[in-house]
Write a protein that binds this ligand. Structure first.
Ligand code: BG6
Length: 476
């Protein structure tokens, strides 16, 4: 049995979280920091400083942090949590006020015990706030200090290709490339990084997953949760920018890219970008759940559901239709990839047999299934489905996504982060769809009931090609 190495933070650090009172920090980041502390993966000297516009004290912020952890964690060790809270501070300020950044800098210097450490600026704010924060960090010379500053920027990286380009230029003006970590939390999920590993390790998959055998690919990221009170953010973004531009296109890239011989960050980024650049979108279905307009208090045309048909000009996948869908307030959470296979020449193909499939489910838990057919008993030439599958348990060094990515930032490793080549290519896929969306009439926004499987028009997208969305939702 291989010895398991548990990743730990080796460097002392200070982390400033911009947007510390926001929902992203609360839902994902704080519980992950707690997990690192509870598993003794943090160094001897670390400090976490929340920065935000809310006028609250250190104590209020610690209380908010504590509540967020308790809400999202199954079993909390309160002693360890209280120990962690001693390392947490809060500074209130505006993002566009240099004087507030001076206050921030002086708090940072006061709380740091040791000089030899790294500093992390974590951006848990909407893209509109990025530039002011970069400028002010540079203006108060956070960058000139020996301990280099690392910036962690969460998706979405801008709103479109143009704003992403501007973001890249502004960053370049103030910071060097190795200081920047562009974070899509899906790449920190064991289940997502496992996609590439499954391809590397299994010749069955390597042999079968290409245009010769696969008739279509379906990638679904269905959520049962709604916009969770993030009306302002979500209504400006919509599901295309929120889920498809980042998480779904990254999954697609992992599944379809050429596998580089060298598993270096550069080689993987490069191959992913080649896939993203080769995408041609054919059709789009947009939906909105009934009641959304009430939640955002406007007569909004923002989509909470999208289904897309696309093709790749990539040699491995040319001619294979690929369908992506993602939506909020659906019947159940289900994130999965389905490969359906073409019938081969010698096979019975009278249209009555379902296709063979490989299903890789990522959420709510990870499993892989092979859908085969087996003979019905008796003399008839009839079949029934034989599904053979296994849950994939994480064994070894298991961590949740933000925890894993944070340890990588502290260690200076960026293979699970994005680069701008990929981001630009992904925006170039989404921009024309956004343009199309603004021209669409209200009737082209397909309404669906909360708790349903989404709009019917999404089924028609596949039906036109003779396919059907595959679901394996336990309760649907
Ligand atoms: C975030 C989106 O990036 O991902 C959210 O902004 C979405 O809208 C979330 O709910 C989904 O992440 P996960 O890890 O819960 O599948």
């Amino acid at each position: 049995m291989k010895k398991i190495i548990f990743q730990k933070a080796e460097n002392n650090f200070t982390m400033i979280i911009f947007g510390a009172s926001g929902s992203l920090a609360k839902l994902k980041l704080f519980p992950s920091i707690y997990q690192l502390a509870a598993e003794s993966r943090l160094p001897a000297d670390y400090k976490i400083i929340g920065y935000g516009r809310s006028q609250i004290s250190n104590e209020d912020f610690r209380e908010f942090f504590k509540k967020s952890v308790i809400e999202k964690t199954e079993r909390v060790d309160l002693e360890k949590l209280d120990e962690l809270l001693k390392n947490i501070f809060y500074v209130s300020g505006q993002y566009n006020e240099e004087k507030d950044f001076r206050k921030l800098r002086s708090t940072v210097e006061q709380v740091e015990k040791t000089k030899n450490r790294i500093r992390i600026a974590y951006f848990s704010v909407p893209p509109s706030a990025f530039t002011e924060i970069f400028q002010n960090l540079a203006a108060v010379n956070f960058n000139s200090i020996k301990a280099k500053l690392r910036l962690v920027i969460e998706k979405p990286f801008g709103y479109d290709f143009k704003s992403a380009k501007k973001l890249a230029q502004t960053l370049k003006k103030h910071f060097s490339q190795e200081q920047i970590y562009l974070l899509d939390h899906y790449l920190g999920k064991e289940s997502v990084t496992n996609l590439l590993s499954l391809r590397y390790a299994n010749s069955i998959l390597t042999t079968l997953l290409n245009r010769e055998y696969v008739s279509n690919i379906q990638i679904s990221a269905l959520e049962s949760k709604d916009i969770e009170g993030r009306a302002n953010y979500f209504d400006n973004v919509g599901i295309l920018r929120d889920m498809v531009q980042s998480h779904l296109l990254q999954i697609l890239a992992y599944l379809t890219m050429f596998m580089p011989r060298e598993r270096t960050a550069e080689a993987i980024h490069h191959e992913k970008a080649q896939v993203l650049k080769s995408i041609r979108v054919n059709s789009l279905v947009r939906g909105q759940y009934i009641g959304y307009n009430k939640e955002v208090s406007t007569d909004s045309k923002t989509e909470t559901y999208a289904a897309i048909k696309l093709a790749l000009k990539h040699p491995l996948w040319k001619g294979v239709p690929i369908y992506l869908r993602s939506g909020k307030s659906l019947v159940e959470q289900w994130t999965a990839i389905v490969f359906e296979f073409k019938p081969r020449k010698a096979q019975r193909d009278d249209g009555t047999l379902p296709p063979n499939r490989i299903v890789i489910q990522l959420q709510p838990y990870e499993k892989i299934e092979f859908h085969l057919l087996t003979k019905l008993g008796g003399k008839t030439f009839d079949f029934h489905e034989l599904t053979t599958g296994r849950p994939i348990y994480c064994s070894g060094d298991c961590l949740n996504e933000h925890g894993r990515l944070l340890l990588d930032v502290i260690a200076g490793k960026n293979d699970l982060f994005l680069n701008f080549e990929e981001i630009f290519a992904a925006w170039k896929v989404i921009d024309p769809l956004q343009k199309l969306s603004t021209k669409m009439k209200k009737k082209d926004l397909h309404l669906y009931k909360k708790g349903s499987k989404g709009p019917k028009a999404s089924d028609e997208l596949l039906a036109k090609d003779g396919f059907k969305w595959f679901y394996s939702l336990p309760n649907a």
